[in-house]
Design a protein around this ligand. Structure first.
Ligand SMILES: Nc1ncnc2c1ncn2[C@@H]1O[C@H](COP(=O)(O)OP(=O)(O)OP(=O)(O)O)[C@@H](O)[C@H]1O
Ligand SMILES: [Mg+2]
Length: 254
């Protein structure tokens, strides 16, 4: 780690004892655990332009939501260098839901997915926080961002798919707070229950069907597991068309 970054971190949290790369990494960043005498922290670092932008958003969101009731890591700092960006936040106990599901029995899987459904249901049903409100339709904003990524070759989706998403927007529903990348990778499990959201760059007020579709993405062909999720997520059930629009359509650009 560069001296300048190391010093900035110590300025915030005091003397650092160890820095260790986590075993479980995401795709868009490098994540390390930093330990001081007081407590552990997470440093999330990105160097590609697109992911640096996301990391900056994530930092803004964690900072804005520092004193709110949404279960999230606590913000400690954001550091930008010439070729990389770094977010410092609290280390939270737990494993990702993806990891927890890997070696679980069918009964344990159902319990975890019911908990995931309940957790997301509660979040979508909470009154949107003022600080997450914004002008304009979330979907239109996402389609505009997607166009930027297509033009600069920074995503899997192509302009044909994008045009079809623009022409076939689903009928609008009430906007709610959304996580914005609500896969099983981005929630942590502690003591058998979903405890916290991570990776919150996309958290805003938007279309809850996007979260729901990503949440059930790996369950869609497993009726028993899907039912377990919906025992917790009772507020709405996406249609197959909506699921495809969001999971196989819009998500291709993010
Ligand atoms: N605050 C935290 N406390 C503990 N572990 C964390 C924390 N934030 C992230 N992690 C760990 O780091 C891993 C990667 O984090 P995260 O999902 O934020 O990164 P990412 O690279 O953006 O992932 P993605 O590929 O989904 O975009 C997580 O799977 C989790 O194991
Ligand atoms: Mg992630």
């Amino acid at each position: 780690m560069k001296t300048e970054l190391f010093e900035s971190i110590e300025n915030v949290i005091g003397k650092v004892n160890t820095i260790v790369l986590l075993d479980e990494q995401g795709c868009t960043s490098e994540v390390s655990r930093i330990v001081t005498d007081e407590k552990p922290y997470i440093l999330k670092s990105a160097n590609k332009e697109k992911y640096r932008e996301w990391l900056k958003n994530e930092a803004h969101i964690l900072e804005k939501l520092r004193d709110n009731s949404i279960p999230l890591p606590r913000y400690f700092g954001f550091f930008e260098q010439l070729d990389s960006s770094h977010l410092l936040m609290s280390f939270e106990e737990g494993v990702t839901l993806t990891y927890a599901l890997t070696n679980a029995t069918l009964m344990e899987k159902k319990k975890l997915l019911r908990s995931f459904g309940r957790f997301l249901n509660h979040f979508h049903e909470s009154s949107p926080l003022n600080c997450l409100e914004h002008e304009g339709s979330w979907l239109d904003i996402q389609l505009e961002k997607a166009k930027g990524y297509v033009d600069s070759g920074q995503c899997d989706g192509d302009s044909k798919l994008l045009n079809s998403l623009i022409s076939n927007k689903p009928l609008p529903v009430n906007q709610t707070m959304i996580h914005g990348d609500c896969t099983t990778d981005n929630v942590l499990v502690k003591d058998g229950e979903i405890s916290l959201f991570i990776d919150v760059a996309g958290m805003t007020v938007g279309d809850p069907r996007y979260d729901e579709s990503l949440a059930i993405s790996d369950l869609i062909d497993e009726p028993e597991l899907l039912e377990a999720f919906y025992e917790g997520y009772t507020r709405y059930r996406v249609t197959m068309n909506e699921f495809k629009y969001f999971n196989e359509g819009l998500y291709e650009f993010f």
